[in-house]
Design a protein around this ligand. Structure first.
Ligand SMILES: Nc1nc2c(c(=O)[nH]1)N[C@H]1C(S)=C(S)[C@@H](COP(=O)(O)O)O[C@H]1N2
Ligand SMILES: [Mo]
Length: 315
């Protein structure tokens, strides 16, 4: 049941802005995949691809229609501790990260694992725009138009075996390009995990872009996880390994502070962080705080994953 992308284009192909807009118009009116090749500039260095428009992005019924957070806020107010702990550090330092060549190893309890060049990993999948709320455990939130594809379509492809119960994700470990990794703020590399059924949920995506453009490094290029009903730290950036495992993985934050950060990390306004309330949040760009919603507003879609689980204990 894997979706096929239009075979003539790669998500990382370089096209110029007008061509991109024209393609979108054409798709809207013709309602068909666009034929013809993009002006691919294979020799353009990876870093230059950041911000490049991505062709053939479909709309998704899973998007919220709330107003979008501005590009400048999404790309300059970041948590990516590999580049420093201040919100402005990732935008300052992540430009140095080399994102090609980049391989993602898929291993563990899978029949068809391996080491994949990131573009090969992405290519078979129909890219979609997914406008999701993101709620950081620190008490702020954004509305982000990601470009990505369901994690489930990748997992289905690699064929998890019956022993696979969880998915463990690992970020790149490269202190030469990630100055934060030369300090011990967290234990590196950053790791996060999901239960297999959470990973297979249609809302869980791997993102490669935002606002229709190749993902800026500070947002987790070349590929990052987005799980919108969980606190933002579960949405691990710059992934190099996806492992199907039988034991519940221990994430970087759980490792650092197990009394404050649990495995589930579902957004829950009724369970306070030990040092602050989680009842309200500040939407970046807005002045007044708003009420935080259970499962970040995705309860209708995901509450069923947790029936029978005590969400106060399993925070
Ligand atoms: N590897 C890695 N992934 C990470 C983080 C990090 O420090 N390192 N921070 C997390 C946190 S706390 C949040 S809120 C989101 C922020 O994503 P954004 O900067 O794209 O909004 O990324 C998450 N993914
Ligand atoms: Mo966060």
């Amino acid at each position: 049941m894997l979706l096929k992308a239009a075979p003539d284009l790669r998500w990382s192909d370089v096209t110029d802005e007008r061509l991109y807009l024209h393609r979108r118009d054409f798709m809207r009116t013709a309602g068909a995949a666009v034929a013809g090749a993009a002006a691919a500039l294979a020799s353009v260095p990876a870093a230059a691809q950041t911000g490049t428009p991505i062709p053939n992005v479909a709309k998704s019924r899973f998007s919220t229609d709330e107003p979008l957070t501005e590009w400048d806020d999404i790309t300059t107010y970041n948590n990516f501790w590999e580049f420093g702990i201040d919100k402005g550090d990732p935008a300052k330092h992540a430009g140095r990260l080399t994102t090609r060549p980049w391989t993602v190893t898929v291993d563990g309890h899978v029949a068809k694992g391996g080491e994949f060049a990131v573009d090969d990993l992405v290519k078979p999948h129909q890219l979609e725009e997914r406008i999701y709320r993101l709620r950081c455990v620190e008490g702020w939130s954004m509305v982000i138009p990601w470009v990505g594809f369901p994690l489930a379509s990748l997992l289905t492809r690699v064929e998890p075996t019956s022993k696979a119960a969880f998915v463990r994700f690992t970020t790149l470990n490269r202190p030469t390009e990630m100055p934060g990794q030369r300090r011990g703020a967290l234990s590196w590399p950053y790791v996060e995990g999901l239960r297999l059924d959470e990973a297979m949920h249609p809302l869980s995506i791997l993102a490669v872009g935002l606002y229709g453009r190749v993902l800026p490094n500070q947002n987790g290029a070349p590929i990052r996880l987005v799980v919108p009903w969980k606190y933002g730290f579960k949405s691990i950036k710059s992934i190099v390994r996806i492992s199907l495992v039988d034991k519940q993985p221990r994430g970087a934050w759980e490792e650092a502070q197990p009394s404050e950060y649990g495995f589930y990390s579902n957004v829950n306004p009724e369970v306070d962080h030990p040092r602050w309330s989680q009842a309200r949040e500040r939407r970046i760009g807005e002045f007044f705080k708003r009420r935080t919603l259970m499962f970040n507003g995705y309860a209708d879609q995901v509450a069923g994953l947790y029936t029978g689980l005590d969400l106060r204990k399993n925070y």
